[in-house]
Design a protein around this ligand. Structure first.
Ligand code: PEP
Ligand code: MG
Length: 539
């Protein structure tokens, strides 16, 4: 059976299906008659959770160190807490309802109590309660809770959607591709697939419902299709396509050390986008001229508390040091929208992409913002670090962000800590207002980087994550092109450089136009760098 979706990351994979269970289990209240057997069912799920957590903890200790593994210890403590599982048992006996509903009630009580306590540590425990409770609920539902980091070799992950923290767990040595029901080309799962260089198709609508665990599946990332249990002939055809693709990729490697110049002789930088410090390896291996976007929010995800200033400093330092003299544009925290932090509870919003996110949140939470800015400043002496602020809609926001940066510089001066006082600061142009107003902004910034993923969705009012409106999400729409051209011209008029770090920078159809407009820097997933280089040199 062939399923058609949206191509998210090129390449071919032939592997076995692993269905990732939904993060949330739907719970319906049911009356029960046999109290003892319901309690035993709950105990069975708890026991299973204990075994799973012991394994995960052992693995985390080995891979990530004892401090990172400690979170699983606290999850296990909840399983032993009489007020947690014990209370659920009491509800089963008293109200004669099913274990799922009883446990859900206990979880809700815990969350309500924790939310009412003004203490950061206690608030952070909300994520633990939800996580461990959800694990037991999944076990009750009989869902496979194998962690994504634990799957077998040659696995193709099939999921309704993958959250950024799910993708952060993917091990490229075992997961060779993924397929999701929802999402578009610029949803974060798709971007992550390109960063990891694994083929992926998103927006397949009902792929989860169409496969079973262990099915053989072909992922055709170029065409955006998945073939379930293909026949021999199809398998052969795809093995050949895969080999040919790999050969072509190999040939492109000749361009790694070649300087990128357009036909007219203009030197253009082709850089990589990264989400974690270790992603710089792929940028260098693909001949990247620098890092054009470091999405720092990934340092904040997949953990149970904020990264400290020192932890962040180490990560930024590692990246700039590895890149040597090459530029590294580090974007300040862009949380909100589809990127949530388990330990930073924010109210649900009607329109998260238009809501309290990125620079808006950072200017509102200077305590969080300053920790990051201090870490960035301290790391700036180790290489060519530039700071970029996301989601800027007005000059005032940029100036306020600079004000906070100045405050941090003052603090570091007092503490005798070094930083590069001349480091460049720029903004992402991803809100149409910033593009329209780029002439004014260009006077103040050191550079622009056009964030087309958001710029397109805001300009065309077409959600980047929604496959139903993906036909409207068109990088080549004349309105989008006008905004891009205008932004590049504004930067040049003030003698500033203009880059692009949205996915459009690596879009083969868009590259000739972007070269024509005079874009100075193209930043993209590492896996697209060499193809882009080849195209830019031809344009
Ligand atoms: C963008 O919006 O184009 C961008 C690069 O940022 P993100 O995809 O992280 O929103
Ligand atoms: Mg963006």
């Amino acid at each position: 059976m062939i399923k058609k979706g949206i191509s998210a990351s090129k390449g071919y994979a032939i592997g076995h299906v692993f269905i990732k269970a939904d993060n949330e289990v739907k719970i319906v209240e049911k009356k029960i008659s046999d109290i003892e057997s319901e309690k035993a069912r709950l105990q069975g799920a708890v026991e299973k959770a204990r075994e799973q957590l012991t394994k995960i903890k052992e693995k985390a200790e080995k891979d990530l160190g004892a401090d990172k593994a400690a979170v699983f210890e606290s999850h296990m403590m909840f399983l032993d807490d009489p007020d947690f599982i014990g209370s659920a048992e009491n509800i089963i006996s008293d109200e004669m309802i099913n274990a799922e509903k009883a446990l859900e009630n206990v979880m809700k009580n815990y969350v309500a109590i924790f939310e009412g306590i003004e203490d950061e540590y206690v608030k952070e425990r909300i994520a633990d309660v939800k996580d461990v409770g959800n694990r037991v609920l999944q076990n009750l539902a009989g869902n496979d809770m194998t962690s994504l980091a634990d799957v077998d070799n040659n696995t193709v992950v099939v999921a309704h959607d993958l959250t950024p923290s799910d993708t952060a767990q993917l091990d490229k040595n075992r997961v060779i591709g993924f397929l999701t029901n929802i999402g578009g080309r610029t949803s974060h799962s798709a971007i992550m697939a390109r960063t990891l260089e694994i083929p992926a198709v998103v927006g397949l609508q009902d792929i989860v419902e169409s496969v079973k665990n262990g099915d053989t599946i072909v992922v055709d990332g170029a065409e955006g299709i998945a073939i379930i249990n293909p026949d021999e002939a199809t398998l052969k055809e795809y093995e050949a396509k895969k080999a040919e693709y790999e050969k072509k990729q190999e040939k492109l490697r000749e361009l790694i050390n070649v300087e990128t110049r357009t036909k007219e002789g203009k030197r253009v930088e082709v850089c990589g986008n990264i989400g974690k410090a270790k992603d710089v390896e792929a940028v260098l291996q693909n001949g990247g001229d620098g890092v054009g976007l470091f999405r720092t929010e990934f340092l904040y995800m997949d953990r149970d508390q904020m990264p400290t200033e020192d932890e962040q400093f180490e990560a930024y330092k590692a990246v700039v040091e590895k890149m040597g003299e090459k530029p590294v544009v580090i974007r300040t925290l862009d949380i909100g929208g589809d990127k949530k932090l388990p330990y930073l509870p924010l109210p649900e919003e009607m329109n998260p992409f238009l809501g309290y996110r990125a620079i808006r949140l950072c200017l509102g939470r200077k305590d969080i913002f300053k920790i990051q800015l201090r870490a960035l400043l301290r790391a700036s002496v180790y290489g060519n670090l530039k700071i970029m602020f996301p989601m800027i809609s007005s000059l005032e926001e940029f100036l306020s962000a600079k004000e906070v940066l100045k405050e941090c510089m003052g603090e570091l001066d007092k503490e005798g800590k070094k930083y590069n006082a001349k480091l460049e600061t720029g903004i992402m142009v991803e809100i149409p207002a910033a593009a329209v107003n780029s002439e004014e902004l260009a006077k103040y910034v050191d550079f622009f980087s056009i964030g087309t993923n958001d710029l397109i969705q805001y300009t065309l009012a077409a959600d980047r994550m929604n496959e139903k409106v993906s036909y409207l999400y068109n990088p080549m729409h004349p309105a989008v092109l006008k905004l891009i051209k205008m932004t590049i011209q504004s930067a040049h008029k003030e003698g500033k450089w203009c880059g692009m770090c949205g996915e459009m920078a690596g879009d083969e159809k868009a590259i000739p136009t972007l070269v024509e407009y005079g874009l100075d820097e193209f930043s993209m997933s590492a896996s697209s760098i060499l193809t882009a280089k080849e195209l830019i040199m031809k344009a």
